[in-house]
Design a protein around this ligand. Sequence first.
Ligand SMILES: *Cc1c(COP(=O)(O)O)cnc(C)c1O
Length: 226
Amino acid sequence: MTRVDQWNEVLSRIHVAEDGAARARGSVALVAVSKTFDADAIRPVIAAGQRVFGENRVQESQGKWPELKAETPDITLHLIGPLQSNKAADAVALFDVIETIDREKIARAVAAEIERQGKPVRIYVQVNTGLEPQKAGITPQETAAFVAMCRDTLNLPVEGLMCIPPADENPGPHFALLAKLAAENGVEKLSMGMSGDFDVAIAFGATSVRVGSAIFGLRDVAVQPA
Ligand SMILES: *Cc1c(COP(=O)(O)O)cnc(C)c1O
């Protein structure tokens, strides 16, 4: 199967999951995760009609996305990997959505750059639902205060919550927890579900799923979600 065939298959599976959850078709956005793949590997998927992409590294993205975005201006690019505050300016310049806000320092840096550049970047807060020490994200307990700080103190438009469940656990309870935290805090969007579990995430209310290997194939280098 070509990448475009695999992309079509993922779209079909999203539709099946939307139907199964009695959700409207098109209610779940596909974020195609293209990390480690170069522009030539990504272009056919853009040509087929995919417009929303995810990358986990600012520097890697700078090597391919300015060109791809110039070719297809209506692309929306999501940052789904950890962000350092010294990369905030570059991230705000290149990305349309930053999904990994999880510390006051980075929230402040991103808010200042949004203001300085006048670029309306959309924001998600990453929640470490499994309390994994090696993983980024605020704790579920901190969510209310952190979202309020972002919105009220920094004027950051928190549109969604994002999580990466522990690899070795049933993801359902983690997706349910993220949905509960979003509802409690008046947060509209839920970024959850990857190649192995996006159908489950859709059943739990995902509004976007981040799917890499099911579209692009296995990655050469181990770039694990952090
Ligand atoms: C790489 C990555 C994905 C995609 O993972 P696949 O299993 O290849 O679909 C999703 N989310 C994040 C945060 C990632 O880093």
